[in-house]
Design a protein around this ligand. Structure first.
Ligand SMILES: *Cc1c(COP(=O)(O)O)cnc(C)c1O
Length: 453
């Protein structure tokens, strides 16, 4: 097709997907079920509904329905910030002098600054629908907590956020955004929960971790009438909601008859990547098309590339269900890398199975090279990217450089999951030349992996 491609391919409001796409329906090897940590039997819907909202439990367990309708109320909220643009990175291509065609799907156009709002609004909606009073959750760097507080404000739900203590102290601005939207924010570990008190007794002075904040949020949800726990990544339901990213990207490409050769995304718990690749992976699974799919993880927290595919706990307190995933061990405490959203020891069970079956690849990127890519990108494309997103930028630039060497005109799509305005302390470190690249040793990894259940 010879239609001129604009800098931004916008869709119309009516093109916001009317259904989410559930990749699991097209997978021959389904992701392994969550197990009850006590009995080691698959979690039943009834057991899960003590922790999660009923409709979300249904979505979590649904492996057969390919398309699940998006309720009108959620679509109406999506209209406030979607469709998100698919951007042709002409300026970046020119600067690199590459024949590659680079596109990115930009999810940072909302106040929370990331893709997480796509699932937050869905989870808040189902909680409201069920007549609950509120939800509890954890947040690390604060993107998920911010997105969820926005969603809860919209549906007038109470929102209790446990924020990893080190972030609570280092990121006061995120905390205040959440409070502005009406959420209560507690530094974790706290004295408020049994598991928090236990962790504090065992590790006095600890600055907390995601796994620990999850344990506290689950405890509060299960001990308070009218509350459920919600999670911003890893779970199948979250990947399902995030499929709006890929569905829109695909619709935008289809308008111009374009097919990407490779799709690149950063991987923390796997939700943005799972969402971005969803419809493309569907074609791949059904044998209709082929795409190279690349997950990028931090060298400091390499679940796919150096982890084990095994059942593990999702939290430090070991009260959550066991998930079969690529994991570094629930006892693994990643180095304080500045991409807070990528510091989780495990990975989505769906992506783990797809990776295990060879449908996708994974690579790591070091922190300083990620920030080099972020800065390069900001200077040519104008957007100040989140450190997490910059992992994808780094690998997209690498692939575009390879095309320059070989002369191949590949079409590259990457996910630009968010903006980095709340990460300026990290940028400051980088600009001052004070950033380092921590890479765990084999011995450290073995130690945490030796304690898998
Ligand atoms: C949370 C976050 C991520 C990583 O989470 P996934 O579930 O792996 O997508 C990536 N980018 C941004 C901006 C985030 O906030």
């Amino acid at each position: 097709m010879s239609k001129e491609i604009p800098y931004k391919i916008y869709l119309d409001e009516k093109d916001i997907p009317s259904s989410w796409y559930n990749m699991r329906a097209d997978m021959k090897n389904k992701p392994a079920p969550l197990l009850n940590p006590g009995t080691r039997q698959p979690m039943t819907a009834q057991e899960l509904s003590g922790v999660f909202c009923e409709e979300l439990v249904k979505q979590e367990l649904d492996e057969t329905t390919p398309y699940i309708e998006i309720p009108q109320e959620i679509r109406d909220f999506y209209k406030m910030y979607r469709p998100a643009p698919l951007v042709r990175a002409y300026c970046l291509e020119k600067k690199l002098g590459t024949p590659a065609k680079i596109y990115y799907k930009f999810e940072g156009n909302n106040t929370s600054g990331s893709h997480k709002l796509n699932s937050a609004i869905a989870q808040a909606y189902y909680a409201k629908k069920q007549g609950l009073k509120g939800v509890t959750t954890e947040t690390g760097a604060g993107q998920w907590g911010t997105a969820l507080s926005m969603a809860c404000a919209y549906f007038e739900l109470d929102c209790k956020v446990f924020m990893v203590k080190v972030s609570y102290e280092q990121k006061p601005f995120r905390r205040e955004v959440m409070r502005t939207y009406g959420a209560s924010v507690t530094p974790s570990p706290s004295e408020m929960t049994e598991v928090g008190r236990k962790i504090l007794a065992e590790h006095p002075g600890t600055t907390g971790s995601l796994g620990c904040a999850i344990s506290e949020a689950v405890e509060v949800a299960t001990h308070n009438e009218g509350y459920r726990y919600v999670l911003g990544s890893v779970l199948n339901q979250v990947l399902l909601h995030q499929s709006v990213i890929g569905l829109e990207a695909k619709a935008a490409f289809d308008k111009y008859g374009i097919k990407p050769d490779m799709i690149i995304g950063c991987a923390g718990g796997g939700s943005n990547l799972g969402g971005l690749i969803a419809p493309f992976m569907g074609e791949k699974l059904r044998g209709e098309a082929d795409y190279r799919i690349i997950a990028v993880e931090p060298a400091s927290c390499p679940s796919f590339t150096r982890g084990k595919y095994a059942y593990d706990f999702c939290d430090t307190g070991m009260i959550c269900p066991l998930a079969r995933m690529y994991t570094l061990g629930s006892g693994f405490i990643p180095a304080p890398n500045h991409a807070g959203g990528l510091r989780f020891h495990g990975m989505s069970t769906t992506l783990s199975q797809l990776y295990h079956d060879g449908y996708m690849e994974a690579v790591t990127a070091k922190q300083t090279e990620v920030f080099e890519a972020a800065e390069y990108f900001a200077r040519v494309e104008g957007i100040l990217p989140a450190p997490e997103s910059s992992h994808a930028i780094k690998v997209a630039i690498d692939e575009a450089k390879k095309c320059k060497e070989t002369g191949e005109e590949k079409t590259i799509l990457f996910g630009l999951t968010g903006t980095g305005y709340f990460d300026l302390v990290a940028y400051e470190k980088f600009n001052n030349g004070e950033m380092d690249d921590y890479i765990p040793t084999d011995a450290e990894l073995e130690e945490a992996l030796s304690r898998l259940p």
